[in-house]
Ligand binder design. Structure first.
Ligand SMILES: [Zn+2]
Length: 70
């Protein structure tokens, strides 16, 4: 069974002997979703399907309370 290297954790990932380019595998070490990008040798790349849209928290800013001086 051929192996490749996980681009995420550098561990060996076992792939099927009849794997094809574009196939998806999962790294057993880090659970990353990987996609086959090459076959000779087998190359894996991270599959980035979901793009989390991070909220821009800068807008929150710092609303400091003014000192009330009596
Ligand atoms: Zn991994």
């Amino acid at each position: 069974m051929p192996t490749s290297i996980c681009p995420e954790c550098d561990e060996e990932v076992y792939v099927d002997a009849d794997i094809e380019q574009g196939d998806q595998v999962s790294c057993e070490e880090c659970q990353s979703d990987l996609v086959v990008v090459g076959l000779d040798p087998v190359e894996l790349d991270l599959r980035e399907e979901t793009e989390d849209s991070f909220a821009d928290e800068d807008d929150l800013g710092v609303h400091g309370y003014e000192d009330d001086r009596f």
